[in-house]
Design a protein around this ligand. Structure first.
Ligand SMILES: Nc1ncnc2c1ncn2[C@@H]1O[C@H](COP(=O)(O)OP(=O)(O)OP(=O)(O)O)[C@@H](O)[C@H]1O
Length: 288
């Protein structure tokens, strides 16, 4: 079980210095086990701080974070933080920058070995992870640095998956990829969430991705969690959030225009596929 609970969490950088920044204010939220949560919000709103707390990279200034049966607070020891970190796989921005081994297989098996697995066990886990991310076996002995950008990113993601995390935190995982790479990467995470029951937490500036893949969206602004709800709740009525905290997903814009022209949507379409399906149905029946 890896349900996550933030209870009254505050975080300040550089406490007690003239440079103190209060980056998170009284965050209270529950993220269910095996859910897919998107965290959205403008630059500087506190998204990275929130996920670093979750990964035990920093401790809350006040309040607690519960991950399964473990709790993080301002007084947690390094070994307590370590227990939480062993449940979490963190895909940093541009994760391929952290590749360093001579071969793809060695790079992916480094993590499990570092966490105490034997070489043989680590290789089995690495091969499984290669399969999960769709990397062909024939690439195992290649240097990761000879691969394409998209493949390098898959190697880095496989390195995280080889450690069998219960929770996967993704920090802008499609940044710098071409549109096809972006689509494939997002589909990969969606599949991991559905088939492998991984709890996914995605930090993104792409509202389309939040709308299409997440079942819970957290909207951050200025260190506050200003809204939490299903993509439907957040995007079907985005007034008040737009401009301040969010950009409107393209699908929402199109759906709002079509509503003015007499179309009605139920459920509210969060993907272009759903939008076209509902429009086609209404055109066919002449009900718009
Ligand atoms: N190491 C640090 N020292 C001091 N202040 C920091 C530090 N890191 C972040 N901050 C400040 O904390 C606040 C929240 O920053 P954070 O990086 O969590 O935002 P973000 O939403 O992730 O932004 P982005 O989308 O640009 O990554 C901002 O005011 C930022 O300037």
């Amino acid at each position: 079980m890896s349900t996550i609970e933030f209870n009254g969490v505050n975080f300040s950088y550089q406490v007690g210095t003239p440079f103190e920044v209060n980056a998170l204010h009284d965050i209270n939220v529950r993220i269910s086990d095996r859910s897919y949560t998107a965290i959205v919000g403008h630059t500087g709103s506190g998204k990275s701080t929130l996920i670093q707390l979750l990964d035990g990279l920093i401790r809350p200034t006040t309040g607690t974070i519960k991950v399964g049966n473990e709790t993080i607070s301002s007084t947690s020891s390094n070994s307590e933080l370590g227990k939480i970190r062993s449940k979490i796989g963190f895909v940093f921005q541009f994760p391929e920058n952290q590749l360093f081994e001579e071969t793809v297989l060695k790079d992916i098996s480094f993590g499990p070995q570092n966490f105490g697995k034997s070489e043989d066990e680590a290789i089995v886990l690495a091969k499984e992870a290669m399969q999960l991310v769709g990397l062909d076996d024939s690439l195992a002995q290649r240097s990761p640095f000879e691969l394409s950008g998209g493949q390098m990113r898959r190697v880095a993601i496989a390195g995280v998956l080889a450690m069998k995390p219960e929770i996967l935190i993704l920090d802008e995982p499609t940044a710098g990829l071409d549109p096809r790479g972006q689509r494939e990467t997002m589909q990969l995470f969606s599949q991991l969430h559905r088939k492998n029951n991984i709890n996914v937490i995605l930090v993104t500036h792409q509202m389309e991705d939040a709308a299409a893949f997440a079942n819970q969206v957290l909207v951050m602004n200025d260190g506050n969690l200003v809204k939490a709800g299903s993509p439907n709740e957040i995007f079907s009525n985005p007034e008040g959030l737009i401009g301040n905290h969010l950009t409107i997903p393209k699908t929402t814009k199109v759906a709002n225009e079509l509503t003015k022209g007499g179309f009605r949507f139920d459920p509210y379409p969060l993907t272009l596929e759903e939008l076209s399906r509902q429009v086609a149905k209404q055109l066919e029946s002449g009900s718009n």
